[in-house]
Design a protein around this ligand. Structure first.
Ligand SMILES: Cc1cc2nc3c(=O)[nH]c(=O)nc-3n(C[C@H](O)[C@H](O)[C@H](O)COP(=O)(O)OP(=O)(O)OC[C@H]3O[C@@H](n4cnc5c(N)ncnc54)[C@H](O)[C@@H]3O)c2cc1C
Length: 412
């Protein structure tokens, strides 16, 4: 039987499913992707509403992600760079903190800000150097398994810098405010921030999966085809269609499809978009609301970078990580008030809210990669997705690569 005659199906056209297809094509296979929705991307989607191009949740690519470097064409994505740092809103003040080694303009404000002590700033510098030297393997093989909060305390950072910088900054990345995420993931993400910039494609974050799709030459797509059940050598769609399969890769949460009880705990967030009177930051930098009482975690003027908006207004994305039980109306009211009183930003018009209930897997232990065996559910069913490693674009890509290594070794 030739490789081309193998029926390999991938469930899910998110980043992990697309990389699985790409790697299978490289190995000579012609897979089929079955996707519940109408397009590729999964959690990496962009939509245009009344001329405003909005990512479904504020999300950045770290250009130093090893797998992104390997799989993406950065020039074609026309990546727009964010300033390496943040504007911190706290106690009625607005201060800028950043990495002065990469952006000299941030040297003075970073040194003069009272976001942390001089000792904290030196510790940040030392952490940058240490993590530049520490390899990714060393980070993930480290026996030290602690939370991010414990890690920062052990490194001697003061409560001030933890609460005014690390907590809000990483809450926006880990989508949890208690910094309970394993410190390995903190070290990895921090290292990635130290070695490259955070970027967003000019066409929006979905340009990433769109580019991966365009690279696929021998893959068939079945869109709008939610899968109900996966059995050995059989896939059953919601509409009752039965598909015979030699190999099935489930590139999404598998419990419901396999009828197992290994469900994943998910972290959620809200991203709201508004038009505003003025871009008050005037550069592409993330704003963090550091006071414990703020409901907003971070803000970003999406129109501070080149984009495809056809409207002229400045657009602000506002992300909320804290859990809340506000109605949409109450949430918009509270957010509008905080933007005005804390950030001096006057909103003009509310555009859209994205309530993302399954944004990131809440994993107690994280991995960079596996030898693939963990991704093998049975002889014919394999698993991929960020939840198999850690919640990041890099992990989604790695899981796709790892699962294909297993499949290829089966047929060789
Ligand atoms: C708001 C937000 C912010 C983020 N920020 C960042 C960031 O800044 N940097 C970073 O690195 N990562 C970030 N991430 C994480 C990153 O987006 C994910 O790690 C990655 O997209 C996961 O890809 P995946 O393929 O594993 O899963 P998914 O993207 O979830 O893909 C799964 C696919 O399977 C499909 N599917 C599900 N069930 C079925 C079914 N029954 N039948 C058929 N198809 C099905 C879904 O429709 C989906 O297309 C963020 C995520 C969110 C939501």
């Amino acid at each position: 039987m030739s490789k081309n005659s193998k029926n390999i199906y991938i469930i899910g056209a998110g980043i992990s499913g697309l990389i699985t297809a790409l790697e299978l094509e490289k190995a000579g296979f012609s897979p089929t992707i079955i996707e519940a929705s109408a397009s590729v991307g999964g959690r990496v989607k962009t939509e245009t509403i009344n001329g405003y191009v909005l990512d479904r949740g504020f999300q950045v690519l770290l250009e130093s992600y090893p797998k992104a470097i390997k799989h993406l064409d950065y020039t074609d994505l026309d990546l727009q760079e964010l300033v390496p740092g943040a504007v911190i809103y706290s106690n009625g003040k607005q201060q800028t903190i950043g990495d002065p080694l990469r952006n000299l303009a941030l040297l003075l404000p970073t040194l003069t800000s009272n976001v942390g002590s001089i000792k904290d700033k030196l510790s940040i510098y030392k952490l940058n150097l240490a993590l530049k030297k520490k390899t990714i393997d060393a980070i993930f093989n480290d026996k030290n398994n602690t939370t991010t909060l414990e890690y920062l305390k052990t490194k001697g950072f003061s409560d001030t810098i933890i609460n005014h910088f690390f907590r809000p900054f990483f809450a926006g990345i880990f989508l949890e405010t208690e910094l309970q995420t394993p410190s390995k993931l903190f070290e990895f993400i921090y290292k990635m921030f130290g070695e490259g910039l955070a970027v967003i494609p000019k066409d929006g974050i979905q340009a990433i999966p769109n580019q991966l799709k365009a690279k696929l030459k021998n893959t068939t797509f079945l869109f709008n085809s939610p899968v109900n059940k996966v059995e050995e050598k059989r896939i059953i769609l919601n509409d009752g269609t039965v598909i015979e399969s030699d190999i099935t890769v489930i590139a999404t949460e598998s419990a419901k499809l396999l009828h197992t009880n290994t469900t994943i705990d998910w972290k959620s967030c809200d991203t709201l978009y508004f038009t505003v009177e003025n871009d008050t930051l005037k550069k592409p930098i993330i704003g963090l609301l550091a006071d414990a009482s703020s409901i907003i975690n971070n803000i970003f003027f999406t129109t501070s970078i080149k984009n495809n908006n056809t409207n002229k207004d400045a657009v602000l994305s506002v992300t909320i990580v804290k859990s809340h039980d506000l109605t949409e109306k109450e949430l918009i009211k509270k957010v509008t008030l905080e933007l005005d009183t804390i950030c001096s930003i006057k909103t003009k018009q509310f555009i859209k809210r994205y309530q993302i209930k399954r944004a990131l897997p809440n994993l107690k232990s994280v991995k960079y990669a596996t030898d693939g065996k963990a991704l093998k559910h049975s002889e014919t069913i394999y698993l991929a997705g960020d939840h198999t490693l850690n919640g990041s674009l890099n992990a989604a890509m790695t899981s796709g690569e790892d699962v294909v290594k297993q499949i290829v070794s089966k047929f060789n």
